[in-house]
Design a protein around this ligand. Structure first.
Ligand code: PLP
Length: 385
């Protein structure tokens, strides 16, 4: 009686079973997979955040498919701070970037249409695509003097059913940004083929090296949707506020905004309190971001210190984001390795296949782990090699 799109294999994999057993046995765990900023020991301005939720304007209902103008202006202000010109009229507020993806997929794709996604990347895409009846086709990222898009493979992956190319900027977990030359090439390919760029920029502000990376938010060279939200930028995933921005050729944008407006008007999903609080939430992001970047830098320095004494393991370059990718000897499956690390060392790390790495020999660790746990977890992890 259920839809085929929900025929997921929901049996836990061996690693999640091992993790559940480890926790049930009450054994100590050095968790190097943490991604929840509210549980990671960062200091928030709790008074300012809670005060912002007590706005009397929330007592009246002002339905607007794009979201309250004050909140959209605050989002436009976030881009103005980055010297990117975005109009509040081109912004739709959503409860999460996942919801923004669903609006975009619904706007662009008929059932069975295809979207290109980077590999490796963020694992939620498969579910988002299944739920919207969209097929995902992966295009490889290559690691050669840093991460790069394999444009030859990307172009070969485009078919008559392709509706868009997803770019995660910076990508999770590889932590690399789209370079200006890559953006130009994506614009060239996508505008020539009449397909959209869908840019996920939830980690855009977490830059570790080099100059400020470009955002896609004001990209005019191809039909473009840019997504971001408070979950990473402000470390407030529980507030459920995100957005999407349409930019690109004028006629295309007008049509895209009109269609999106019908979808957004059907749901009107973001609640009033949170929209009214968004200007304040965005204002307090700097203090959060400084702590995260400081933590990430300290953990990376500790990682490098420990790796200097280990010949078997190295790390890939990290330009930004919250993760590091470790290159480990590919003597077995990454899943077996992750289970072994858990049972013998009490350390939890993600195996590369979790992020669709095409080969064995990769582990992913979270750089927002508290510094003490990170240092001890890495020491234990490295004793396995
Ligand atoms: C690349 C990427 N996009 C989006 C999200 C989730 O964002 P949201 O909480 O707004 O759905 C994540 C969460 O880890 C992510 O890694």
């Amino acid at each position: 009686m259920f839809a085929k799109r929900t025929n997921w294999n929901l049996t836990p994999n061996r690693l999640s079973e091992a993790l559940a057993a480890h926790r049930a046995a009450g054994k100590p765990l050095l968790d190097l997979t943490v991604s929840n900023p509210t549980e990671s020991g960062f200091e928030y301005d709790g008074v300012a955040i809670l005060d912002a939720l007590r706005n009397p304007a929330a007592l009246s209902y002002e339905p607007n498919p794009k979201g309250l103008e004050s909140a959209r202006r605050a989002v436009a202000g976030y881009y103005a701070d980055r010297k990117e010109e975005v109009s509040a009229e081109d912004i739709f507020l959503t409860t999460s970037t996942s919801e923004a993806y669903s609006y975009i997929f619904r706007t662009l794709c008929d059932p069975g249409d295809e979207l290109l996604i980077p590999s490796p990347s963020y694992p939620l895409f498969d579910f988002l695509a299944d739920i919207q009846d969209v097929s995902l086709v992966r295009y490889p990222l290559l690691y050669d003097h840093g991460w790069q898009i394999d444009f030859h493979a990307l172009e070969q992956a485009i078919t008559s059913r392709t509706r868009g190319v997803i770019v995660v900027n910076p990508n999770n977990p590889t932590g690399h940004f789209a370079k200006r030359a890559e953006i130009a090439k994506l614009n060239f390919i996508c505008s020539a083929r009449g397909i959209a760029i869908i840019a996920d920029e939830v980690f855009l502000d977490f830059v570790l090296e080099g100059e400020r990376p470009a955002s896609f938010a004001a990209n005019r060279g191809a039909p473009t949707f840019t997504l971001s939200g408070l979950s990473k930028i402000c470390g407030l995933p529980q507030m459920k506020a995100a957005w999407l921005i349409a930019s690109g050729p004028r006629e295309w944008k007008r049509e895209a905004l009109a269609r999106l407006e019908v979808i957004a008007d059907t749901y009107l999903s973001v609640n009033a309190q949170v929209q009214l609080a968004m200007p304040k939430f965005l204002e307090v992001r700097h203090a959060f971001q400084e702590q995260v970047i400081d933590r990430v830098r300290r953990n990376l320095a500790e990682l490098d210190r420990q790796l200097a004494a280990n010949k078997a393991v190295s790390r890939l370059n990290v330009e930004g984001g919250w993760c590091a990718v470790l290159r480990v000897p590919a003597t077995g499956s990454d899943e077996d390795l992750a289970i072994d690390l858990l049972t013998t060392q009490g350390v939890s790390a993600h195996p590369g296949h979790f992020y669709e790495f095409s080969a064995e020999g990769f582990l992913i660790v979270s750089l927002i782990t508290s510094v003490g746990v990170f240092a001890e977890g890495m020491t234990r992890l490295l004793t396995a090699f």
